[in-house]
Design a protein around this ligand. Sequence first.
Ligand code: SAM
Length: 226
Amino acid sequence: MLHAGKLYLVPTPIGNLEDITLRALRILKEVDYILAEDTRQTGKLLAHYQISNTLKPFHAHNEHKTIQHIIEDLKSGKTIAQVSDAGTPGISDPGFLLARACQENEIQIDCLPGPTAFVPALVKSGFPCDEFSFIGFLPEKKGRQTALKSLAVETRTCILYESPHRLLKTLQQLLEFLGEDRPLSVSRELTKLFEETVNGTCKSVLEYFTNKPIKGEFVIVIGHQK
Ligand code: SAM
């Protein structure tokens, strides 16, 4: 039996506050409550659009504990929106466990189309986007070498997320495992004032970011060996 409640997965801007759909704004207004990764961060977005609704915390540290209660609310007919701090929930962010629980409990889910960082980085790179592999964050320790080795033999365009304090280490390891001539495109601060995309090879992109302050958020796109 399909339940009356519904979960809405709502993408939010990755920088530029204009990047939110009319439908997303309406859903955020209309649902019974909003699950937010960081209620303060989402509170600022809601204030910007003069939306008042109840925010409840839903993040990596409490998602296991709270899912059963959320499922009960949905079964009782409530409508709930889930947002992450930025971009699409479930994409390197909480979302998957709740979506899976809804599928298992025959609860309807709408995932609204909207902002996510990897699509603009991929499309801007100029690398083939007919087939690609989204990796997200590389494992920090266990499994990192294995992941780097599989990138070395990957023939599709690959996409990584990276934080500013690990960017140089990752670029150095990409050079080591993939070779200095492998095509690379690094996009930082997408949709923001200092948006920048650096295209080149593992060697030239590493040189570009060496010895300069590394600020912002980064997407690394790896082309395949020519
Ligand atoms: N859910 C988000 C999405 O749909 O893209 C991703 C969240 S993940 C925790 C955060 C990572 O996404 C950052 O470390 C960075 O790699 C990437 N990212 C998010 N916003 C970005 C931006 N404006 N420019 C470049 N990369 C960004």
